[in-house]
Design a protein around this ligand. Structure first.
Ligand code: ZN
Length: 479
């Protein structure tokens, strides 16, 4: 549902309760009435939030700055891809840049072009935010999601620039080279495969930039195993440069490896049946808790299970994939003054995974967010360590998983404490005025079944930039 004139205010937001896009209108300094619903960038950005919330609803229940930033990134990416799909825009871009979106001399981006186009198209800074050179390491202490999101947006823009350059150089079947306009067109189409298809491979909770980068790499390996144009190496280089991925990860991901693994555990159901029935998916997960690193006592939630058929080119499809997203809640006690008024309460750490497999039970991908409570084999391994017995390989794997879970738990608590200390957590405010108010806290605490859930506030706010002569709107805090 879309509410084009939701009320007065310099704002637009995606409201997850009603699954609707709400657009407000306001009067600018010159008394001009601005309808946010008339800006295609604002609409597309909000649509990106709605899309991601639709496929990964638990991402809003996260305190990690990168998860909020990932939501903003996807909003901006959607706006950028929609702009690039516009034929007249691409034509103009080709004419002005000849397809070279980045200058070779010095590594300065031709940000001026991006700025011009950003303004010409809509007065919105999306393309400007994409043409940046920020590295993730610069943002260690950044918790404002829009600022942090620029690293990921910049990396994807780099990939688009590199793809366009490749098409410019590559010979066509008739021996001619691609024109700038063609190169841009093909690069945009390739970006949809690279950037959007990868979303299916994201873990169900607490997505980080690295999770997305790995999903991009893996999706490409499945979609295009021979990779004749070396996209994967080129893309991995960009992720490493932006510090989203380590050089070791790059080496691992590019190493020759079998494309498939077997699905873990015992499969008593046809994988196709698992893909078509939540009950069958639940049975598979419940029957194989130990092999899936799931503790015995937790309630498993089947977040989503479906079959997907992805295009790799006009009329070309990948083999059918079954995507299974599952999760569980791990109770966390908040103790200590750093949790302020929440000390003494409990919250939950979301744990789980996304499995991608085919109808034959070959595992194509498995993204996991481990918990810190032991599952069967991890308990055995811990006992063995106490009595100084040698561990089997599976037990070592189990312990490593548990350790990763403990680290996640610690990071979650630290991130939450920091946000509480900085006064960024508040109660849910009722009514649209509460939602659009600039004072709405970025994290909202809600009590559910005696436990507190911290959720990114379901809106974002637009305000008049203080000194900008453009009177440009800038995105502030948001979900
Ligand atoms: Zn947003």
């Amino acid at each position: 549902m879309v509410t084009p004139n939701a009320g007065y205010g310099a704002n637009a937001y995606y409201d997850r309760q009603s699954k609707s896009l709400q657009f407000y209108y306001f009067d600018d300094d010159n008394g001009q009435r601005i309808h946010t619903c008339l800006s295609s960038d604002i609409v597309n950005h909000e649509f990106g939030h709605a899309l991601l919330d639709g496929i990964r609803p638990y991402l809003l229940e996260a305190v990690s700055p990168q998860t909020g930033a990932f939501h903003e990134f996807l909003g901006d990416l959607t706006a950028i891809l929609m702009t690039l799909r516009n034929n007249s825009f691409r034509k103009e871009l080709a004419a002005r840049t000849k397809g070279h979106l980045k200058t070779k001399s010095g590594d300065e981006l031709i940000a001026s072009v991006a700025t011009e186009f950003g303004n010409a198209v809509s007065g919105q800074p999306y393309l400007r935010s994409a043409a940046n050179e920020h590295l993730l390491g610069e943002y260690k202490d950044e918790i404002e999601p829009h600022a942090l999101s620029e690293v990921m947006t910049g990396a994807m823009f780099d990939i688009f620039v590199a793809l366009t350059e490749q098409y410019l150089k590559r010979e066509r079947n008739d021996g001619e080279t691609h024109t700038p306009a063609q190169s841009l067109q093909y690069a945009v189409a390739q970006m949809q495969i690279i950037a959007i298809q990868a979303l299916d491979l994201l873990p169900p909770v607490e997505v980080t930039f690295n999770d997305y980068a790995r999903a991009v790499m893996r999706n490409l390996a499945i979609a295009n195993p021979t990779d004749p144009n070396y996209y994967r190496g080129m893309i991995a280089d960009i992720f490493v440069h932006r510090e989203i991925m380590t050089a070791e990860e790059r080496t691992d991901l590019l190493a020759r490896a079998p494309l498939y693994d077997r699905m873990p555990g015992t499969i008593t159901h046809d994988p196709e049946l698992i893909g078509s029935s939540r009950a069958a998916a639940y049975r598979y997960l419940d029957d194989n808790r130990d092999k899936l690193f799931i503790p015995d006592h937790v309630d498993i939630i089947v977040d989503e299970v479906f079959t997907s058929e992805k295009m790799v080119g006009p009329g070309l499809f990948q083999p059918k994939q079954i995507i299974l997203q599952y999760l569980w809640r791990e109770d966390l006690a908040l103790a200590g003054t750093r949790f302020g008024s929440f000390s003494g309460k409990t919250t939950s750490l979301l744990c789980g995974g996304t499995m991608v497999f085919d109808v034959n039970g070959s595992l194509l991908y498995w993204a996991r967010k481990p918990g810190s409570e032991p599952f069967a084999t991890a308990s055995v391994a811990m006992e063995k360590i106490k009595s100084r017995k040698k561990l089997f390989g599976t037990e070592q794997v189990a312990l490593a998983e548990l350790e990763a879970g403990k680290q996640r738990r610690q990071e979650y608590l630290d991130a939450l404490a920091r946000r509480i200390e900085e006064g960024m957590v508040g109660e849910e405010l009722a009514g649209p005025e509460g939602l659009v108010g600039s004072r709405t806290p970025p994290l909202i605490a809600r009590e559910v079944d005696g436990s507190v859930r911290f959720e990114l506030s379901p809106h974002f706010h637009v305000y008049d930039d203080d000194d900008s002569s453009l009177g440009a709107l800038r995105w502030q805090m948001s979900s």
